[in-house]
Design a protein around this ligand. Structure first.
Ligand code: ADP
Ligand code: MG
Length: 741
């Protein structure tokens, strides 16, 4: 092995990998000898494979720390599998030609990709980074993908804008037609604001109001709820939990989303497969991260988002700008992954903002949008031919994607002008600068050109029914919602996920310090106070009222954040039918309880004994229970306000007003309240808590303190219990309403 090391870097990698492979499969004792032998037999294959390993990610092979060994190990395990199933020269040449076809670098626009690929002699030294995706086939799905052909004709979409005095209508899409088949990648291009996201959401069934015009069919059938579980939708923003690791994120998604037929182990295996498939093994134990937490890189985040969707083996995969904000190599890799996904029989539709020329040639079909109108639909490789046929071709060598976006923007600098357009400009006299047509004129010309030359033909093609069997069509009708797991399992998975996501909160020293500091200050101020004399009893009542207020305030303001903070995630997961809202609601509202009930225990332990309140176990535990009840009721209020408004600013404003009102109505500051407003105190949990705390401390001494009567306490407990349930019900209904909207 040492000699091999010095003679050839590639060979070293290969044999190392094989040694590791051997170890992985449990042949520890004879690892090195087997490895050398293995290296000889597999050398033809693994030269390429090892280059893949080194080229795929710059950091992967260069350093030699333990992390890297781990990666190589996992990679080599995968390599072994590939050796098994590739295992022949034929496969190798297939793989290499595939990778060549994908990997040429294209900067001009005149030569179609096929020619280019053919004209290049094969050489093992073209290591395009693409090798990784070029030779790799998706092999995660256990069940075959159901093929779905997507067709859309004359799709229009408009929104009605209601102003103060008038209502205006805004057309966002004007009659877009096209189709995509399983195995194809359709790219939508166009300048920002041209309607890409809108069209993508319409096709993905994510935008249903106001109802779009035209028709969108899936295997010639309209949208049905059944499709929800067959569609993967990757939104432009990455919506992920920042404190979960990559592996946890994908595992929870697998557990929740995969059908009941699979066992827990199979679901977990699927998550691992996806991790390997997307090349995420290096960061699988890293936290996702967010604005305040260090985490994985942008490209990795995007892949996690894609993983979240392909884990269900969707038939249709929609992606909104998956490559924006990625560097060109990472973008290329992402698109290659999409290509692999399509090759596995899925229909992939993606919007793309500004692809590099290499990226552009990876798409099968292309839609070019400009201000909501269709400028081109057809094979991506024929787009340039079409535009030159209508007289638009670049006069200098440029990236075809750049050229198309320029055109869609109506910018025809460096573009040869079609004669028709020149005539038009001269006749109308509406010349822009330097005798060029203005963007609006160019745009009009392009829309018209497409409509007159291509549109009718394409629409006729779309009218032809698909040659698929009725069974497949009938499946689309099935509108029953199917859940991956039962309600209880959903609850328990969400509960565990909630605990994991917020585990850092549980050891939040800030919160603990805040509570303990307040407790110590209270303890010092009321140091060993005595409840026997009437004057000191007044003082102690003040302490009890403060406790009621403190534990009314604190939980409201922490609970307010719960739903607004998770809004994006909730929307995303509910749109994907991941779980029942009720399971989420119960899991989310109970997973924070342990900590919320731990803090008051600490607090009371300090205050109760420092301030010298009634010292016997009974009153202590009853006080504790009262505080618990107050906390849970106050939390309910916070949850309800948060869910009702779903906006932190508005929610905090409303909460501070409400909490202040409840505090003032709590019975400590004002005793003679006018009758017409005195009912307010019955809504105040501070009032009920205060009364109960007084009862626990003084029922053996007096029957009335500060004008507050001490009675059985049943009313107070019932009122608090009603609040615990009522506010939560209100919160749940608010969420439901948000979901329905
Ligand atoms: P793209 O994704 O191509 O940048 P979008 O599909 O997001 O474009 O938007 C297309 C146009 O439609 C934009 O001008 C946008 O402002 C407008 N638009 C989209 N949705 C709405 C809406 N609900 N109300 C008003 N205008 C909208
Ligand atoms: Mg967009």
């Amino acid at each position: 092995m040492e000699t091999a090391n010095s003679s050839s870097g590639i060979f070293r990698t290969t044999s190392d990998q094989l040694a590791e492979t051997a170890m992985v499969v449990g042949m520890k004792s004879s690892a090195s000898s087997e490895a050398v032998g293995g290296a000889e037999t597999a050398v033809t294959l693994s030269r390429r494979a090892s280059k893949r390993l080194t080229a795929a990610s710059p950091g992967r092979a260069s350093s030699s720390n333990s992390k890297n060994t781990h990666i190589r190990k996992s990679r080599s395990a995968q390599l072994k599998l590939e050796l098994d199933d590739v295992n022949s020269g034929a496969a190798l040449s297939r793989a290499s030609s595939a990778s060549l076809g994908l990997s040429f670098s294209f900067t001009g626009f005149t030569m179609p990709p096929e020619d280019m690929a053919d004209s290049r002699p094969f050489s093992d030294d073209d290591i395009p980074e693409d090798l990784e995706a070029g030779t790799r086939k998706m092999k995660i799905q256990a069940e075959p993908t159901m093929p779905i052909h997507l067709k859309f004709t004359e799709v229009t979409y408009k929104v009605i804008h209601k102003g103060v005095t008038s209502t205006s209508e805004k057309k966002i899409l004007n009659g877009i037609s096209g189709c995509v088949n399983p195995g194809e990648v359709l790219a939508m291009m166009g300048p920002s604001g041209s309607g890409k996201t809108t069209l993508l959401s319409l096709l993905g069934g994510r935008l249903r109001k106001p109802t779009p015009g035209g028709s969108i069919t899936y295997n010639d059938q309209p949208y049905s709820k059944y499709l929800k579980s067959r569609i993967g939708f990757v939104t432009q923003e990455d919506v992920l939990f920042p404190h979960l690791t990559v592996k946890e994120t994908l595992t929870y998604a697998a557990l929740l989303r995969l059908p009941k037929a699979l066992t827990k182990q199979e679901k977990e295996k699927r998550a691992t497969d996806v991790i390997y498939e997307l090349g995420l093994e290096r960061c699988q134990d890293t936290m996702i991260g967010g604005s305040f937490v260090q985490g994985i890189s942008g490209g990795e985040r995007k892949r996690v988002c894609i993983g979240n969707e392909i884990i269900i083996n969707p038939s249709l995969l929609f992606l909104d700008e998956p490559t924006s904000s990625l560097d060109s190599t990472t973008a290329l890799r992402t698109v290659e992954i999409l290509q692999d996904i399509a090759e596995a029989g899925k229909t992939v539709i993606t919007t793309i903002h500004q692809p590099s020329s290499r990226l552009f040639h990876k798409f099968d079909k292309l839609i070019l949008l400009g201000k909501g109108s269709l400028l081109y639909f057809g094979k991506a490789s024929e787009a340039m031919v079409y535009f030159s046929s209508i007289g638009c071709s670049p006069s200098i060598s440029m990236n075809p994607a750049e050229f198309l976006i320029d055109l869609a923007n109506g910018n025809i600098n460096d573009v040869s002008m079609p004669s028709e357009l020149e005539d038009k400009v001269q006749n109308s006299g509406t010349e822009g600068r330097k005798g060029k047509a203005s963007p609006a004129v160019v745009y009009e010309y392009l829309v018209e050109a497409y409509e007159t030359r291509v549109a009718d033909n394409e629409k006729k093609k779309l009218m032809i029914p698909l040659p698929i069997d009725e069974e497949l069509k009938a499946k689309m009708y099935n509108s029953r919602k199917e859940w991956g797991v039962s309600w209880w399992e959903q609850f328990s998975i969400l509960f565990r996920r909630g605990l994991k996501e917020r585990r850092h909160d549980y050891f939040s020293w800030l919160r603990i310090t805040q509570v303990l500091a307040t407790a110590v200050i209270l303890g010092l101020l009321w140091w060993q106070s005595d409840g026997d004399s009437p004057k000191e009893l007044q003082d102690q009542a003040g302490l009890l009222f403060f406790i009621a207020v403190f534990w009314g305030f604190f939980p409201v303001f922490t609970a307010i954040f719960t739903f607004p903070q998770e809004r994006a995630m909730l929307n995303k997961e509910l749109a994907a039918n991941m779980y029942r809202l009720s399971a989420y609601f119960v899991a989310r509202t109970t997973s924070d309880l342990p900590l919320d009930l731990l803090l008051p225990v600490l607090f009371l332990l300090v205050v109760y004994f420092m301030a010298g309140l009634r010292s016997s176990p009974g009153p202590f535990f009853l006080s504790m229970l009262t505080v618990f009840l107050c906390i849970v009721a106050a939390q309910g209020l916070g949850l309800a306000i948060g869910a009702l408004l779903m906006d932190l600013k508005r929610a905090t404003t409303l909460a501070s007003v409400t909490v202040m009102t409840f505090m003032l109505a709590g019975g400590y500051f004002v005793k003679t309240v006018p009758v017409f407003i005195s009912w307010l105190r019955y809504l105040s949990f501070n009032y009920h808590t205060y009364k109960l705390l007084l009862k626990v401390q003084y029922e053996h001494i007096t029957h009335s303190i500060n004008g507050i009567k001490i009675d059985s306490g049943v009313k107070e407990v019932s009122a608090l219990l009603a609040m615990v349930i009522g506010y939560r019900l209100l919160a749940y209904l608010s969420l439901r309403r948000m979901n329905l909207r």
